[in-house]
Design a protein around this ligand. Structure first.
Ligand SMILES: *Cc1c(COP(=O)(O)O)cnc(C)c1O
Length: 497
């Protein structure tokens, strides 16, 4: 079956192939790409149980990326999920206490975004060739720390691509800054901005849509693209680890084929958990998807009241990748809740834009039964890290702790005894100060790499090679620019003058 893509905000008269949608990112009307009809999967989990991560990924990706040949998809998958991961299982499933932990942090930047950003560049460059484009792709990204680094790690030295990442000079952690300025790859460019993340982000969006700049790029055989989490080339590869986890639970003898399980997902932009929703639609026996938030609990309120309201205070927490007020991928869920009604979806998104809030109908709320939502405070988050470390000798990061704690809230509230899989999105070594504080009960002021050593002394698990490498990696990037010089900086990097 051929899977074509349409916008969430327009009737299905305009469609695109998957490779075109990967290149476009966003639809021309500002909506998000969704399949015109959901692919029909015929998963044989007994068979999948004996497959590698790469083999399962192929079974999933071939449903969504139907204009790629089998050879092309295999090449993308092999390039993405190889020995840049420090565990051959790619996404190992472990058990601690009465919960399972799906570890998605064994890639080059030790956070789950690697599962999507290692494959996106290959899906993109393959799409360029398939669509007979001559130009080279230029990825622009603004980052508050994690995404830009993961995107660079994915695009580094990928043929026919360049990547330019802007980060706020004083707005990222010491480790994140070190990761950024030591980035390897002849096609990677890093620019520190004398400004904050919002300014960097807003300017990148303007530049991506600047017709004059786009034309100047085209004259030099370049075209912009973006690597943000709404691209289907990031979203659908994430479906694979839900399917893989279910198959692995059978393989490890924890469940029988057909038994339903739950997933608890630490949520920010709603990409990860939405991939779980697609896995369920494809027939993976998932009972509930638990949407776990930190103090920025706009999604908890949405699931429990039917009103999404971003007019609220914004908090900085120890799980920064979930500090978000507008979850952009939620638009795709809204589209399904309306019964794939693009007019109704566009209206709600319009309300969000103009009023900062919207309320869904009772009929739409009735379709939310696949989800359960909860949030934790900073103290509860620390307690969860502390508890797992002391009771089970397992150490989790502050994002994973949100999902782990909310999973327990779910069990207490519902008495549901089905197996619960906590999606573990970052290594504890990525947030060593917060984890040290949680375990010891004392706040720490040491720098990032010292905290890594202290954490290692305490928990004794291997320090990821990418963290060790930071100690000696040479600095490769020292560009600094004012916000209003970001466009000129791009022209200079690309030699457009
Ligand atoms: C991005 C991120 C999340 C949130 O994932 P979404 O897909 O944006 O919901 C959670 N944890 C970590 C460590 C992340 O980097």
């Amino acid at each position: 079956m051929n899977t074509l893509y349409r916008s969430t905000r327009e009737t299905a008269s305009h469609t695109m192939t998957s490779s075109q949608a990967v290149l476009q990112g966003l639809t021309p009307d500002g909506g998000l790409f969704v399949p015109v009809t959901l692919p029909i999967a015929d998963f044989d989990f007994e068979q999948l149980a004996n497959m590698s991560y790469q083999e399962v990924a192929y079974e999933v990706l071939k449903l969504f990326f139907t204009d790629y040949t089998a050879e092309e998809l295999h090449a993308c998958i092999d390039a993405a999920y190889g020995d840049q991961f420090d565990d051959p299982a790619i996404a190992p499933v472990t058990k601690h206490g009465n919960q399972y932990y799906l570890e998605l942090f064994h890639g080059p930047t030790i956070a789950f975004k690697d599962l999507a950003l290692q494959i996106l560049p290959h899906l993109m460059t393959t799409a360029v060739k398939k669509n007979h484009l001559e130009s080279e792709i230029v990825i622009l990204a603004a980052t508050s720390g994690d995404t830009g680094k993961a995107a660079m790690a994915g695009f580094a030295d990928v043929d026919q691509t360049k990547i330019i990442v802007f980060y706020p000079k004083d707005g990222v952690s010491a480790i994140q800054k070190q990761q950024m300025i030591t980035q390897t790859g002849d096609n990677t460019n890093v620019v520190a901005i004398n400004g904050n993340f919002d300014e960097a982000q807003t300017t990148v969006k303007q530049l991506l849509n600047d017709p004059q700049l786009r034309q100047r790029l085209a004259d030099h055989q370049y075209q912009f693209s973006s690597a943000n989490s709404i691209n289907i080339g990031r979203l659908f590869p994430q479906v694979a680890y839900y399917v893989y986890t279910y198959a692995q639970l059978i393989h490890q003898g924890h469940i029988k084929n057909g038994d339903a399980v739950n997933f608890s997902v630490p949520t920010g932009n709603f990409g990860d958990i939405l991939a779980g929703y697609y896995a369920k639609q494809l027939g993976t026996p998932i009972h509930k998807l638990v949407c776990a938030s930190n103090r920025n609990n706009v999604l908890t309120d949405f699931f429990n009241t039917g009103t999404y309201d971003k007019n609220r205070e914004f908090y900085l927490t120890s799980s920064p990748s979930m500090d978000i007020l507008v979850s952009s991928n939620l638009e795709r869920l809204i589209f399904y809740l309306t019964g794939e009604d693009s007019l109704a979806t566009a209206q709600l998104m319009q309300d969000l834009q103009t009023k900062g809030s919207y309320t869904i109908t009772p009929e739409m709320r009735a379709n939310l039964a696949d989800f359960w939502a909860g949030f934790v405070t900073e103290n509860q988050d620390q307690d969860e890290i502390h508890h797992l470390n002391h009771a089970h000798h397992y150490t989790i990061d502050p994002h994973t702790a949100v999902a782990s704690a909310v999973a327990k809230q779910y069990r207490n509230a519902t008495k549901d005894q089905r197996p619960m899989v906590v999606v573990s999105t970052a290594s504890p070594y990525k947030f060593p100060q917060a984890v040290l504080t949680a375990i010891t009960g004392e706040s720490t002021t040491v720098d990032g790499l010292t905290a890594v050593d202290q954490l290692h002394d305490l928990i004794q698990t291997p320090i990821p090679p990418t963290v060790t490498a930071l100690r000696t990696a040479p600095v490769r990037h020292n560009r600094v620019a004012a916000v209003d010089k970001m466009g000129a900086t791009i022209e200079s990097i690309l030699n457009l003058n």
